[in-house]
Design a protein. Sequence first.
Length: 403
Amino acid sequence: MGARLLCLGLLAALLGYYIYSPLPEDVAQPWTVMLTSAALRALAHLSEAAELLGLMNYMEGLRLITAVELVAPTSDENVTVTDTEFSGVPVRLFLPRRAPGGLRRAVVYFHGGGWCLGDAGMHGYDLVSRRISNEINAVVVSVNYRLAPPHHFPAQFEDVYSVTKFFLQSEVLSQYGVDPERVCVAGDSAGGNLAAAVAQQLVEDPEVKTKLRAQLLIYPALQVLDLDLPSYRDNAEKPLLPRSLMVRFWSEYFTSDPALREAMASNRHVPAEAAQLLPLVNWSRWLPAEMRRAHAYARAAPGSAELARRYPGLLDPRASPLLASEARLRRLPRAFILTCEHDVLRDDGAMYAVRLREAGVPVTHLHAKDAFHGAMTFLAWPLELALGHRLLSACVGWLRENL
Ligand SMILES: *[C@@H]1O[C@H](CO)[C@@H](O)[C@H](O)[C@H]1NC(C)=O
Ligand SMILES: *[C@@H]1O[C@H](CO)[C@@H](O)[C@H](O)[C@H]1NC(C)=O
């Protein structure tokens, strides 16, 4: 009896230790965040173990998160929802039911998940698209691009690019009653990366006549060259995206070869020959002083030229939109950039906001001081946060004014 009680006590203590993660004090509803973060950590540990045993790739384990969150395409009184394909790529399409009263807006949305996870049909993403569609009377195309592994860069980019290009054709726009002057790309996290890259590529594509009106970038990843920015240092262990997981996502985007992951973990993955690119992601130059804080700039030690030759995506602006020249940035549409204080990707977004502004692009930069990575998709029980609704409302409000 005593022994059983002791075991139970120990188990409870262990569980408590596992679930407890120190959160920044300004994060509201800490229990929801802590439990989600513990569930993620548990799944990550199990996936690591399964990978070590040779049972599956780590990401296949993590994909359980996607699977349990999937919802069928279900229309409601405001929005007709269907799964279909554009240009051979699966998409979930949200069409407002309300009488249009003229041509509609459109948003092409790319979900997050580190280029490895996620689905337009996850409950959180379904709700984001549904709300945008209903509240600003917009056609929303949410894209299910190919994921890594097995598909590596540039497959993800190519899928979202071909869907966007397909949709921007005037026959397609008119089929859906969309105003060609009111189309926007949007995405969160890895999807924000894809949205920024698509916007850049479109301005240089002579085959595309319709120009984007806007880009909505929600805690986007925008560069892989320096994984030691102040935000990576400050938030290495914060929910829901620790630095180690972001390193894994970035490396998996290019390859499953662990050599690249190890090089990235120590921030030694950019070869000396590419040193001329570093000023484009130099946080000491591009971050506002209040975000640089007391951090000291250190130039990363040069990495292996062989890795960069094998995985040229590492230095490709389609993977790191911050590598675009000012001449290229100047032609981009207006941008909304959301960054979260407690997020390894905070400084990517903050630097892009500064670089776009210097290039003359109108930018609205919302920095949410009490937010963490991924917060915007916490929209329904059991993963519901007032913060999630507030961030999404800010995005929808900007679209209403700017699209
Ligand atoms: C439909 O739209 C109305 C008005 O925006 C809203 O109050 C209602 O909750 C929406 N219904 C659903 C199922 O989202
Ligand atoms: C980064 O910026 C700082 C300050 O603007 C500068 O002193 C340093 O030389 C730069 N380094 C690189 C590699 O661009």
